[in-house]
Ligand binder design. Structure first.
Ligand code: MSP
Length: 476
């Protein structure tokens, strides 16, 4: 079975930050796990940028750039950041690419042919920062968008609508069946449907300057969210890749965008007669030192700077192990430094160094004389957690195994044994080595750069390899 993982495509009006890095690292980690298990050809992982946003116009103007210049400069920022974070995606999709326009226009044409799109009048309150219409009930007491604290614009115009209301009961059933994880997020949408019901949604804006044209009425541009969701399909919209849509599709998103991914998107797919994703997983939000991350607070953490200082591996595992995938939690550089010092340098680095040094010393690095060790049971738990999207738990298994193995070595004190050829000493080293092999396999998923160095040290079936430093000391 093929596995297809996606991240949201990010707006380019902000540089990548810890929040967007979190989703992207999580998707990358899952893709690495499945590639290792099934082979690269069975796995696809995509990310990209959401570029047809009205905000782009003012942002480009403010920088004195053309829209195209601005967009490619910003998309390059993301490509550069993901490169520095060791993200190995199969496709980076930009919604201004012709391939996306062509998929979107075809899908919208099909929605029209199916009778699920109609032209109507729209009157509503539009928040240009959210790029979405807000209901009266969603505004704060001052009549403002609660997230952006600006008064939404009153808009009255002709819009094309998608018949979302028609799919209300079907969506309710879908959400009750576990389409959106974790359950608490699904429950939010279930109560929304039950309490407020679903209205048809506007999918175009008349006279908008930016965006993909409506396929049969070019005066209208498709609303950015309508077409952005379709990026997931654009990426595999080629005969040789289309089979990924028939495998297990997992959309990873933040909890802020479940309505789009779990109401609009499945309803459109259903209307189009296309298979649904297996699941949408909505993770929680990071705060920074206890505060909400925001431009105005200026506390958005630049992931590249942290990756340069601590290494991309450390950033990845510190984020993924910070709290349960699905919950909210905090991030601080102190936490990252602590993970680096105790779990990586002091934990894994120390363990590997000690075991390899001792095997070199006592057995001249010859592994072939060591007995066969029993299988490492943690491997199974690690896989189980990865497959259940329990990234935090998978990290826990990895760290526990390191701690246990360090403790086993310290307790056994093989350096005190008078005979290094005694069966219990040989068995100890065989077991330790088997654990290092298991850890290096897990590291290929969780710490891809360090895994390469670890594999080098482990050498081949006969002999240990060269000595390298797994986690160098960090300058304060
Ligand atoms: N362009 C839309 C998504 C379209 S998908 C078809 C969008 N872009 S965004 O740039 O605002 O990115 C939102 C995503 O960034 C969230 O869903 C989440 O993945 C990530 N995060 C943004 N801030 C975050 C935190 N503070 N913490 C964790 N993730 C966060 O919405």
């Amino acid at each position: 079975m093929e596995h297809y993982f996606t991240t949201p495509i990010y707006y380019v009006n902000a540089a990548p930050h810890i929040g967007t890095a979190y989703t992207t690292l999580a998707a990358d980690t899952l893709a690495r796990y499945w590639r290792k298990k099934l082979g690269r050809e069975y796995v696809r992982f995509t990310t990209g940028t959401d570029e047809n946003s009205q905000k782009t116009l003012s942002a480009a103007a403010a920088k004195g750039q053309s829209v195209e210049e601005y967009l490619s400069e910003m998309a390059d920022e993301f490509v550069d950041c993901w490169g520095q974070l060791g993200i190995d995606y199969d496709d980076f999709i930009r919604t201004t690419e012709p391939r996306h326009e062509s998929t979107v226009q075809r899908l919208v044409t099909q929605l029209m042919e199916n009778g699920d799109v109609y032209l109507g009048d729209y009157e509503g309150m539009y928040c240009s920062r959210c790029e979405t219409f807000l209901k009266e009930s969603e505004l704060n007491e001052a009549g403002q968008c609660p997230d952006h604290l600006i008064a939404p614009e009153k808009i009255k115009e002709k819009n094309y609508f998608f018949r979302l209301s028609k799919y209300q009961d079907w969506l309710l059933e879908l959400l009750q069946g576990g389409f959106l994880k974790p359950e608490k997020r699904a429950n939010e949408l279930i109560s929304l449907i039950k309490n407020e019901g679903l209205d048809d949604i506007s999918i175009s804006r008349e006279g908008a300057e930016i965006g993909i044209a409506h396929p049969s009425d070019p005066n209208h541009k498709l609303y950015v969210w309508t077409e952005a969701l379709m990026n997931y399909y654009t990426s595999i919209d080629r005969p040789e890749l289309n089979h990924f849509w028939h495998g297990e599709v997992t959309h990873l998103v933040g909890k802020d965008i479940t309505r789009f991914h779990c109401l609009i998107w499945p309803a459109m797919l259903h209307s189009l007669g296309l298979p649904l994703p297996k699941q949408v997983f909505a993770h929680g939000f990071f705060t920074i030192n206890g505060q909400k991350m925001s431009k105005s607070l200026g506390n958005a953490v630049e992931p590249r700077a942290l990756a340069q200082k601590y290494g991309a591996d450390a950033l990845r595992i510190a984020l993924l192990s910070a709290f349960a995938f699905g919950n909210d939690g905090d991030f601080s550089e102190d936490h990252l430094a602590e993970v680096y010092r105790t779990k990586l340098a002091g934990g894994l680095g120390n363990l590997v160094n000690r075991v390899i040094t001792l095997i070199d010393k006592y057995y001249n690095g010859d592994k072939s004389t060591l007995p066969v060790a029993p299988a490492v049971i943690h491997v199974e738990a690690f896989g189980k957690h990865m497959e259940a999207l329990e990234l935090y738990r998978a990290c826990e298994v990895f760290f526990d195994l390191i701690d246990q193995t360090n403790k086993q070595l310290a307790d056994a004190e093989p350096w005190k044994a008078p005979d290094k050829q005694a069966p219990e000493v040989l068995a100890l080293f065989a077991g330790q080595l088997a654990t290092l092999e298991a850890l290096s396999d897990m590291a290929e998923v969780l710490l891809p750069e360090a895994a390469k160095r670890l594999k080098l040290m482990l050498g081949n079936a006969q002999k240990t390899g060269e000595r390298v430093i797994l986690f160098p000391q960090i300058e304060a």
